[in-house]
Design a protein around this ligand. Structure first.
Ligand code: ME8
Length: 533
């Protein structure tokens, strides 16, 4: 089913393209930061990576928001993208290679071609549909999926995700023969057990497809904010069909064959579990229908929750990502959500938990270690990293600890997208280095002025600095600015080059940081938190 992987192919990571009916919130940032960490990690493996994000700009939801704000949908999207979405990704140091907007010509023209091809192949037919539609989800719902409204919505059927009444729609549509793809999809899932992750998400999709699929309405005719159906311009293409195709159009589908072949399909589509079916059922079926290769993996993150409900634009903590970065800094922000919530499960945010982790893990365990080591190299060796001439079992244990941290974090972050587990492995090593200093007591060894005593002191400080070199390499994907500060404080760049070019596979090579580099105390990595306003 899938094409043979082109050996020059990039590792291709995508986020969902987000609706621009409002500003980004913590939930959007969660998925985008996760994708960024995965991207940076694979770049540090020495792979060519392509990281794509963007915005989903068509459909009724955006159209109504624009109307309510008295501007055209295009004006609304332009404003939100430029004033809210792109600046947040820049602020969070997201290293995406491209940003696709579904209103761009490079996208819309190709979407029309794709749909025309399906039509020409007999995969699309005309029909009619009547049923409940959730504008929040931009999706027709099966009656069984709806809940009974309460309070202000008593007597109405409401969407289980958005908790708002659905609308009854009746229109003439075009349909994609999705129902024919059920058996092929099941065969594909069986042959590719890692396609949908985590396991709970895979099971949910399997159960859904096993029940039998219905054909998919792929056009709307009661409004016009969308891409026109080429053979029948009274219809616009259903916003989800339009949106999913971004993963192809952004990497040259129909316009740049070389780029397309060296990038497509995605290695990882990161999605929230709310949109899993679109990515794990409809998207592969659309690709099968047009003879294109299928993605390698669809990985669903859990939900950030507020008061037991999924955090959404209408149900927010009232806290914007920038409120948290102003207090904790961008690096700690990137760290916190991935460390605190096992990827794939739901989790809640709390100031208290964030503050506690900031202080104990980042400021005390990690930041203090870095500043203590730099201070001691300054005090005892005038800031010049000494040579390790008296290494013994304690240093061998540290080298082994680093090798373990590298292997575990690479497997967990790079392969399994277990960010919490991978970060924990790196921080176990940080703890080990702290324990090593507590045991070795370099401040006491310093008092022994014999050549042996001084050789031990030099060895201990070298080992601690060399350990921090490894930590900087491993944490760079998660906390690029702070890791860069550490790299500078170790004086590593003149000898070893820029941090982002350090390879994960070589991070455990003990003795990489050369003696003689200039170690300086530099900026405090994690300053004490100000009192919260
Ligand atoms: O669904 N917790 O866009 P969207 C975790 N345009 N992640 C969350 C979250 C939460 N509380 N809230 C949002 C759309 N997300 C479509 C996608 S793709 C071809 C089209 C994240 O603006 C999560 O990744 O509603 C979720 O899937 C995505 O934002 C939905 O963003």
């Amino acid at each position: 089913m899938t094409a043979v992987q082109n050996p020059g192919k990039s590792y291709y990571v995508s986020t969902p393209i987000y609706y621009v009916n409002d500003r980004p919130h913590l939930g959007h940032a969660y998925t985008t930061v996760a994708g960024d960490v995965l991207t940076r990690w694979h770049r540090q493996r020495g792979e060519q990576v392509w990281y794509l994000t963007g915005t989903d700009e068509h459909g009724q939801k955006i159209m109504r928001t624009a109307e309510a704000n008295g501007v055209s949908p295009q004006e609304w999207c332009d404003k939100l993208v430029e004033e809210a979405w792109k600046p947040l990704w820049e602020h969070l140091e997201i290293a995406n290679d491209d940003f696709i907007r579904t209103t761009e010509d490079r996208h819309t023209a190709r979407v029309q071609e794709f749909v025309q091809d399906l039509y020409d192949k007999g995969e699309i037919y005309q029909g009619g549909y009547e049923g409940p539609y959730c504008v929040g989800c931009e999706e027709y719902k099966a009656p069984g999926e709806l809940l009974d409204g309460e309070g202000e919505f008593a007597g109405s059927k409401i969407c289980a995700i958005h908790k708002k009444p659905v609308e009854m729609l009746k229109e003439e549509n075009y349909f994609f023969k999705l129902s024919e793809y059920g058996p092929k999809l099941l065969e594909f899932y069986a042959a590719n057990p890692g396609f949908i992750q985590p396991e709970s998400a895979r099971n949910e999709v399997l159960r859904f497809v096993e029940q039998g699929l219905e054909d998919l309405s792929i056009s709307r005719s009661t409004f016009d904010w969308g891409v026109q159906i080429p053979w029948d311009p009274k219809h616009v293409i259903y916003v989800w069909v339009d949106a999913l195709l971004n993963y192809a159009t952004a990497v040259g589908y129909g316009s740049d064959q070389a780029k397309f072949e060296s990038t497509f399909p995605a290695d990882v589509h990161l999605v929230g579990k709310d949109i899993l079916r679109f990515h794990a059922v409809i998207w592969p079926a659309m690709l099968m229908a047009n003879g294109l290769p299928l993605p390698k993996r669809v990985v669903a993150n859990g939900w950030l929750m507020v008061g037991g409900e999924k955090m959404s634009k209408s149900n927010l903590t009232g806290i914007a990502p920038q409120d948290l970065t102003a207090h904790f800094g961008v690096d700690a922000y990137r760290y916190y959500f991935l460390r605190a919530i096992p990827f794939g499960t739901d989790g809640s945010f709390s100031w208290e938990d964030f503050s506690a982790r900031y202080t104990s893990e980042l400021a005390n365990d990690f930041g203090n270690l870095a500043s203590r080591v730099a201070a001691m190299v300054g005090k005892y060796f005038g800031g010049v990293l000494p040579e390790a001439t008296a290494s013994g079992p304690a240093e061998a244990a540290l080298a082994e600890g680093l090798a373990k941290a590298v292997a575990e974090s690479d497997e967990k972050i790079g392969e399994r997208l277990d960010f919490a587990g991978g970060i924990a492995a790196i921080f176990d090593f940080v703890k080990q280095v702290n324990g090593y200093l507590t045991e070795q007591e370099p401040w006491k060894v310093a008092k022994d002025e014999s050549p042996e005593g001084q050789a031990r002191l030099a060895t201990i400080l070298y080992a601690a600095a060399e350990s921090l070199r490894g930590v900087a390499v491993l944490l760079n994907a998660v906390m690029p600015r702070v890791s860069g500060l550490l790299w500078d404080s170790l004086g590593a760049e003149p000898a070893l080059g820029v941090l982002a070019d350090q390879r994960i596979g070589e991070a455990a090579r003990w003795g990489t940081l050369p003696a003689g580099v200039t170690v300086t105390k530099g900026e405090i990595l994690f300053p004490r938190l100000e009192e919260k306003k």
